[in-house]
Design a protein around this ligand. Structure first.
Ligand SMILES: Cc1ncc(COP(=O)(O)O)c(C=O)c1O
Length: 408
C-alpha cells in the first residue's frame, strides 16, 4: 500500500512500495502484512539527499574517507537554528551510529560490575549495552500522569530516580523518549540533572529522536540544562530524522576536552573511527537541504497520531499515550486485557505475546511492549511513519484482532 504524489495530507511526502528493496521489516512481512514495528519510516527521503548521493556515486572511486569540515559545520548550523544549541566543531565526534557509540561510552565510563541505570520502559538495546558488558542494569520505572490534553503520559518520579541512581555510575537517558513519545520539558531535565548530580552519576543522553518533535513542542538538549558534568555527553544522528538509518552515522557531542580525548581513544581501540562515505554525503545534504521535508514529515506523523487516537477512542480499555514527538505510538492495552477470559490464561506476558501473534494473523505487525522493560507489559508499539492508507488499514486490523482477543 503506497502513497502517490497528490495524497491529500501532504503531497511532498510519499511512501513508495519498499518490498524487494532490502527493507528489513518489509522483507520479513507476509505478502499482505503491514509491518509497523521496526522504527524506520516508509517515506521517500528528501530530494536533496538522493541528488547528493547521485552526484557522489558518479565519481567511481569509494576509498577511505575522512569527515569534511563542511559536514561538521552543517551539524553545528542545524543545531543552532533548530534547537538554539550553540556547538563548536571541536565538540563533535563522528561515530558509526548511536548504539556502538553508546556501548563505547558505557565501556569507558564504567567498569564491569558497576551499576548503570536506564528508565523503564526504554529502547531495549539500552539493556543490552549494559548487561552484555557485564555491568549491572538498574531499571527506574517511569511514572504515569495525566497529560495536558487529558490523555496519559510518562513522567519522571524523582524519588524512584534517586533510589535507582544510588550507587550507580551512569544514567543512559533517552530524550525524547522511545517508546513513550515524551519530549522532556526543561523542568523535567532539571529534575534529572539535580538527582544525577546529587548521586554523582554521569549522564549519556541519546537524542536520536530530537528532531522529530511535534509542531508546537520544543526539544531541550541535555547539555544545555546547566548542570552537566565534564563526563556527560549526548548523541544525535541524521538517521531517524531524515530516514537514512541504512546509511548509518551519528555524532557524539562531548564538550569536555579531556573526556573527548579519552572517548576518541575508546572509539579508536574498538575500530569505530572511520566514517562511511555515502552516509556522510547523505547526512550533510540532509542537514543542509531537508529541513522543509522534515517539517512536512512531522506534520504528517502528527496527523497519523491524531487519527490513531480518534480510531481507538471507542475501544474500551485501550489508551494511546499522549505523544509529543517521535514517530512511534505507545498503546496501553492493560485495561482491555482485564476482559480476557481467565480460563484462557491471565499471565500478562503470555497475553501480550499471544495478542501480538494474533494481530499478525490479522495482518499487522507491532512491537511487543514487554521488550522495552517490565513497565512495557501490556503495551504495543506502533510505527506511524507510513502511508495514511497503511495507518488506517493497520488500525482496522488491530481492531479486528482486539475484537477476537478481548471482545467488548
Ligand atoms: C533511542 C534510540 N537510540 C538508538 C537507536 C538506534 O541507533 P543507531 O541505528 O544509530 O545505532 C534507536 C533506533 O530505534 C533509538 O530509538
Amino acid at each position: 500500500m503506497t502513497d502517490t504524489p497528490g495524497t491529500p495530507t501532504d503531497p511532498t511526502i510519499t511512501a513508495p512500495d519498499r518490498r524487494g528493496s532490502g527493507a528489513f521489516k518489509w522483507d520479513l512481512a507476509g505478502a499482505d502484512e503491514i509491518p509497523m514495528w521496526v522504527a524506520d519510516m516508509d517515506f521517500a527521503v528528501a530530494p536533496a539527499i538522493t541528488a547528493a548521493l547521485r552526484r557522489r556515486v558518479d565519481h567511481p572511486v569509494f576509498g577511505y574517507t575522512g569527515v569534511p569540515d563542511s559536514y561538521l559545520d552543517a551539524v553545528v548550523e542545524w543545531e543552532r537554528t533548530r534547537n538554539d544549541w550553540p556547538l563548536s566543531r571541536e565538540q563533535l565526534v563522528v561515530v558509526p551510529s548511536v548504539m556502538p557509540a553508546l556501548a563505547a561510552a558505557v565501556a569507558e565510563l564504567t567498569r564491569p560490575g558497576d551499576r548503570v541505570a536506564t528508565f523503564s520502559p526504554v529502547y531495549f538495546p539500552f539493556f543490552d549495552v549494559v548487561e552484555q558488558q557485564e555491568r549491572v542494569l538498574v531499571q527506574v520505572p517511569l511514572a504515569e500522569r495525566t497529560a495536558a490534553d487529558g490523555g496519559v503520559q510518562y513522567a519522571i518520579d524523582a524519588d524512584a530516580l534517586a533510589a535507582g541512581l544510588r550507587g550507580a555510575s551512569l544514567l543512559l537517558f533517552c530524550s525524547p523518549h522511545n517508546p513513550g513519545g515524551r519530549v522532556w520539558s526543561a523542568d523535567e531535565l532539571a529534575t534529572v540533572c539535580e538527582v544525577a548530580r546529587r548521586e554523582g552519576v554521569s549522564v549519556v543522553s541519546d537524542e536520536i529522536h530530537s528532531d522529530l518533535v511535534f509542531p508546537g513542542e520544543r526539544f531541550v538538549p541535555w547539555l544545555t540544562t546547566g548542570g552537566a558534568t565534564d563526563r556527560d555527553m549526548a548523541l544525535i544522528a541524521p538517521s531517524k530524522t531524515f530516514n537514512i538509518p541504512g546509511l548509518p552515522t551519528a555524532t557524539a557531542i562531548v564538550p569536555d576536552p579531556a573526556w573527548r580525548d579519552a572517548y576518541r581513544r575508546a572509539l579508536a581501540a574498538r575500530m569505530l573511527k572511520l566514517p562511511n562515505l555515502l552516509a556522510i554525503t547523505a547526512a550533510e545534504a540532509a542537514y543542509r537541504g531537508a529541513g522543509d521535508w522534515l517539517d512536512a514529515v512531522r506534520r504528517r506523523i502528527h496527523e497519523h497520531y491524531l487519527l490513531l487516537r480518534e480510531l481507538l477512542a471507542d475501544e474500551p480499555g485501550v489508551r494511546v499515550h499522549t505523544m509529543e514527538g517521535t514517530f512511534i505510538a505507545w498503546i496501553d492495552f492493560r485495561g482491555r486485557w482485564e476482559r480476557v477470559d481467565v480460563a484462557a490464561g491471565r499471565d500478562e506476558a503470555s497475553l501480550s505475546r499471544r495478542f501480538g501473534t494474533l494481530a499478525r494473523r490479522h495482518g499487522v505487525w507491532l512491537s511487543d511492549g514487554r521488550q522495552f522493560g517490565p513497565e512495557g507489559e501490556g503495551f504495543m508499539r506502533m510505527n506511524l511513519a507510513t502511508s495514511r492508507e497503511n495507518v488506517e488499514e493497520g488500525i482496522r486490523r488491530l481492531r479486528r484482532a482486539l475484537a477476537e482477543f478481548a471482545p467488548q
